[in-house]
Design a protein. Structure first.
Length: 285
């Protein structure tokens, strides 16, 4: 049995994570499995439709690139989203945002955001930035099953968020890991919040049960964002990554997307809910 992220310890970041009592993480043997807290009922989590947030990092995972030549409509703009009013210490922006599914053609701009995070920070544990071709492959292979959204402002991608499989074994197929990154100049303007709301809605429609995010500590912006969206801390892995000549803790956060069914239906691949997802990218002033 693979270990579960169900109990927390005190990390060097000073946070005392709680026990996540609604972590029915995988389905095995005709029941949802949570060995420590199987008898406790899971609360219903209501996700706010907006909020302010900075970068919400988890490490990027390179996935196998497979050919995907099926044309799916709606690859470009889905809806125009007005930028949320920023905090008072930031000047207001009159630019409108476009929240849409990412495309392989976004690889260069997405790599512009991601590459400095790889080379200059421990937000991502990847050590070498991918090439433009590799990034395009990641986008393509992710969209075969999971959502990858981009926030575009004045023709430029200012942030993105995507989901991926938590683990490869079939029992974990109802759990996803979420990753988000934002350009430095676009942080604290609500970009990630504008991306998270539709992403979580799409994941619910696909039938996923739990969304997880790993945050390299310290990261107050990432912690605050996940708290606002109802994520709960489920544990800190101490000194789990070594990068930039030091050890780093990673705190795991989890959100119950919906109640599990017995037996569950397999999550739907993204193409099956693609066309029906436009309403989740609502316009807000």
């Amino acid at each position: 049995m693979e270990p579960q992220h169900s109990k927390g310890v005190i990390g060097k970041g000073g946070r005392v994570p709680t026990i996540m009592y609604d972590m029915t993480l995988h389905y095995e043997g005709l029941r949802w499995y949570d060995p420590d807290h199987a008898s406790r009922a899971a609360p219903v989590v209501r996700v706010p439709s907006h909020g302010y947030g900075g970068v919400a990092p988890t490490h990027a995972v390179a996935r196998e690139s497979r050919s995907w030549d099926r044309g799916i409509p709606g690859t470009r703009a889905i809806a125009r989203v007005a930028a949320h009013p920023p905090p008072s210490d930031h000047p207001p922006s009159s630019m409108a945002w476009t929240i849409r599914f990412a495309a392989e053609t976004d690889a260069t701009q997405i790599l512009d955001i991601y590459a400095p995070i790889v080379t200059d920070t421990a937000i991502s544990f990847e050590e070498e930035p991918p090439t433009r071709r590799e990034m395009a492959g990641r986008i393509r292979s992710t969209l075969e099953r999971y959502p990858w959204l981009a926030c575009e402002e004045a023709g430029h991608v200012v942030g993105y968020v995507y989901a991926g499989g938590f683990r490869s074994r079939p029992a974990y197929q109802w759990a996803v890991e979420i990753t988000a990154y934002v350009r430095p100049e676009a942080q604290r303007r609500g970009v990630v919040s504008a991306l998270y709301a539709p992403l979580l809605g799409i994941l619910r429609r696909q039938g996923f049960i739990n969304a997880l995010a790993g945050i390299a500590l310290p990261n107050d912006a990432g912690v605050g964002l996940h708290e606002r969206f109802g994520f709960k801390p489920v544990g800190v892995l101490q000194d789990v990554g070594f990068k930039l000549m030091r050890w780093h803790d990673v705190e795991w956060w989890a959100l119950r997307l919906q109640q599990p069914r017995d037996p569950p239906d397999a999550p739907k691949p993204l193409p099956e809910v693609w066309a029906a997802s436009a309403d989740l990218m609502e316009t807000r002033q």
